[in-house]
Design a binder for this molecule. Structure first.
Ligand SMILES: Cc1cc2nc3c(=O)[nH]c(=O)nc-3n(C[C@H](O)[C@H](O)[C@H](O)COP(=O)(O)OP(=O)(O)OC[C@H]3O[C@@H](n4cnc5c(N)ncnc54)[C@H](O)[C@@H]3O)c2cc1C
Length: 406
């Protein structure tokens, strides 16, 4: 009989697991390494506007439980796909109609070829036959680095297929992190903040070590990112390691901007450029949702390189690219950078997990309850329903783990 469960991590999955357990009458101890809840759902303010460091869209709205919760709570959700417009640059100029047709055709071809490829090869290898097309490198970088935060040469094409997001994308105007803290936090119940778990002994009843002492429980749900699992010593060790599900990285840099119209940008305009193979892809979202900043996104291996080089180097890189796109006016019009750095954060070590070639089934394998249900890993990384890497997946996985443990 499980009476008391330790939940490690108060991100979306941990809050969801704790809420489900408490509502079924199970006692919960919820511990969190950081000094705040929410994990990778984290909003800060830039001036009067919300900036989401992690999740910023409720993807796949039609089957996203957070979208339902936000709607029920009366959040004024915005349909991102309706408000967004796009500009694609080719050799420094806006793409012509013919360029856009060529891009759309190339995209369809990439999807067709990648969909037909054998399961366990890398995304890059799956589309290698399309290298001659001038758009392939751009589409490859978009799908792997920008969306999956992954390296296309190290990213399972089957994992790409399963997790390709569909449906509408909604924006919570006050920020997803703020929404999670405000709406999901209370359901999760009391949290012991600044309490990293360093070791978990699951040979019998759970014994977890923290700097504030040992916590004992009948069972334990560990919701930390796969990159943060290495911060916990498990006894015995986990039967499958998480090396097949490494953390990808997506870095966002927000730059305060002086008024729509400067640089020829309009609110909710997304700008990206055609790139050559191995060139870094940058995308830009101008004045999202009326904010007075633009947000630049870099993902995959270049994001890791820049994360290691540090914040000034990352901001310099982005400023250089924006100067290429908009001329020296970009330096005047965009100032005051705020940068996310999930790569160097010890409680995450990246943005979200992707599967290496040969490892797409690890998501399900790692989710399997251990020790007769005494130990369960949960979180975005373990979804097999196409919602891996999302807050929706994290929420559902917390509930899944709570159901399995109870
Ligand atoms: C840049 C970026 C953009 C994203 N964009 C989107 C998006 O637009 N839409 C979307 O749906 N998703 C997006 N995501 C993904 C989404 O944020 C995550 O999938 C989700 O928040 C993960 O929740 P989780 O509970 O599984 O993990 P986490 O949020 O990582 O929660 C785990 C918690 O465990 C804590 N922890 C770690 N180690 C320990 C320890 N040893 N002891 C105790 N506590 C510990 C951490 O501090 C953390 O709070 C994005 C993520 C990033 C980083």
């Amino acid at each position: 009989m499980v009476r008391h469960v330790l939940v490690v991590g108060a991100g979306v999955a941990g809050l969801s697991a704790a809420a489900a357990l408490r509502s079924s009458g199970v006692a919960v101890t919820l511990v969190e390494a950081a000094a705040r809840i929410g994990g990778r759902a984290h909003t800060t303010m830039i001036g009067d506007h919300a900036f989401d460091h992690g999740a910023s869209w409720l993807h796949d709205a039609e089957r996203n439980p957070l979208a339902d919760m936000a709607q029920a709570a009366g959040e004024p959700l915005i349909d991102a796909d309706r408000v967004r417009t796009r500009r694609v640059l080719v050799d420094g100029h806006p793409a012509t109609a013919a360029d856009l047709v060529a891009r759309a055709t190339a995209w369809e071809r990439v999807e067709r070829v990648a969909t037909a490829a054998p399961d366990d090869i890398a995304f890059a290898d799956a589309i290698a036959s399309l290298r001659g097309d001038p758009w392939t490198a751009t589409i490859e970088a978009w799908e792997a680095a920008q969306i999956a935060a992954a390296c296309s040469r190290d990213f399972s094409v089957q994992d790409w297929r399963i997790n390709a997001l569909e449906g509408r994308n909604l924006i919570v105007p006050g920020g997803i992190g703020a929404f999670v803290t405000r709406r999901l936090g209370p359901a999760g119940g009391p949290v012991q903040l600044s309490t990293p778990v360093t070791a978990i002994d699951w040979r019998g009843p759970i014994r977890a070590e923290t700097k504030h002492g040992t916590i004992t429980a009948d069972a334990c749900i560990v919701t930390v990112a796969t990159g943060a699992l290495r911060g916990i010593r498990f006894t015995p060790g986990l039967p499958i390691d998480a090396e097949g599900l490494p953390m990808g990285l997506l870095t966002k840099v927000a730059l305060r901007a002086t008024g729509p119209g400067r640089l020829g940008l309009s609110p909710d305009l997304s700008v990206s450029a055609r790139i050559a193979r191995d060139e870094t892809m940058l995308s830009l979202l101008a004045w999202p949702n009326g904010a007075d900043h633009v947000v630049a996104f870099i993902g995959g291996p270049p994001a890791w390189e820049l994360s290691r080089a540090g914040q000034p180097a990352t901001i310099d890189f982005i400023r250089g690219r924006l100067r290429d796109w908009f001329g020296s006016e970009a330096d005047v019009a965009l100032d005051d950078a705020t940068m996310t750095d999930w790569g160097q954060n010890p409680w995450h070590r990246g943005a979200y997990a992707y599967a290496r070639p040969g490892h797409w089934q690890d998501r399900g394998r790692l989710a399997a309850p251990l020790g007769g249900g005494r130990l369960i890993l949960a979180g975005e990384a373990y979804r097999t329903d196409g919602l891996a890497g999302t807050v929706a997946g994290a929420w559902l996985d917390g509930r899944r783990a709570a159901g399995e443990v109870a």
